[in-house]
Write a protein that binds this ligand. Structure first.
Ligand code: NAP
Length: 278
């Protein structure tokens, strides 16, 4: 039996083992997938144990810290300086693939003027992908961390030559935007009554992607839908980044219909785990 896992800290309730087990069964693959809660100070001493696995996923706070223990990085992981999947000692990043697949599945084209809210790990991927797609990107952070947004904008400009990337205070964000992408936790359970931007900004958007997957229907998404704006939540990204990790580990491809069908099932599983709270 093959052995896989997820490392992070603290892990608490995570949907990843459930999603991966469903994906393994789609592939008729006999494999285990366990959540390994590893505090940062234990990462060096657990290295051999991790590299003896057939593959593993990486989440906060190890996405950058794991890099010195790896043989190398693929192009995307190297571009972001962050790894979420390890196979044969090489680091990959499938968050971007999950993100792009989620947009495509929701009929959202990554083009034109794009606003990225937040300047953390997820926003880094969103800003870089939007710049690679040739979009004009605005990264908006809350007042206390506008410097982080500026630093990210500069980094994206350096890594994606010719890209147009700027930064601003979230409270001063002004549309219209073709796509607005939320990479902040504003609106995440248990703060489901919060929305990161004003109704005016939402009404000026062509489409909205919210990376939050708990709840699946955030206030931002509900407001966007009510305004007739295309809106996609974070669950398809979560499921697809897992599928893309398995494709790397198993050297195979999923039928996209099977993966898409897992998205509502993952939402049901989320409800079973956390209870209905929307
Ligand atoms: P992160 O690295 O901690 O970044 C969070 C960003 O949001 C930072 O820029 C932070 O700014 C900002 N922020 C935090 N609280 C805020 C507030 N109250 N108002 C405005 N900005 C705020 O976290 P992450 O890993 O990027 O995750 C961000 C979100 O994406 C989470 O909801 C996570 O669940 C989701 N996510 C989803 C997927 C998926 O597969 N669907 C994958 C990854 C992440 P400061 O620097 O000022 O704190």
């Amino acid at each position: 039996m093959k052995r896989f896992g997820l490392i992070g800290h603290p892990l608490g309730h995570t949907l990843s083992p459930w999603i991966h087990r469903q994906l393994f069964s789609l592939m008729d693959c006999q494999a285990s997938y366990d959540a390994l809660d590893i505090p940062p100070e234990q990462l060096p001493s657990r290295r051999q144990e991790l590299l003896s696995l057939d593959g593993f996923n990486v989440t906060i706070p190890h996405k950058q810290a794991i890099i010195p223990y790896l043989k190398g990085l693929n192009r995307r992981a190297s571009l972001y300086g962050a790894v979420n999947t390890v196979c044969d000692g090489v680091g990959y990043n499938t968050d971007c693939l999950g993100f792009l697949q989620a947009l495509a599945g929701g009929g959202i084209s990554l083009s034109g003027k794009v606003a990225v809210l937040g300047a953390g790990g997820a926003s880094r991927v969103f800003a870089m992908e939007a710049a690679l797609a040739g979009c004009m990107v605005t990264i908006a952070s809350r007042a206390s961390s506008v410097e982080k947004a500026r630093a990210l904008a500069l980094e994206v400009q350096e890594k994606v030559p010719g890209s147009q990337v700027s930064a601003c205070d979230l409270d001063e964000l002004k549309g219209p935007f073709d796509v607005l992408i939320n990479g902040t936790p504003v609106g995440m359970f248990p703060h489901g009554d919060a929305c990161p931007v004003s109704d005016t900004v939402i009404h000026g958007c062509g489409a909205v992607f919210d990376a939050i997957y708990n709840p699946t229907d955030t206030l931002l998404l509900r407001k966007a839908k009510a305004a007739g704006v295309k809106a996609v939540g974070g669950m398809p990204m979560l499921v697809w980044q897992a599928a893309k990790a398995q494709e790397i580990w198993l050297g195979t491809s999923f039928d996209s219909k099977d993966v898409d069908a897992l998205v509502p099932q993952a939402t049901e599983e989320l409800m079973r785990t956390f209870g209905r709270h929307e």
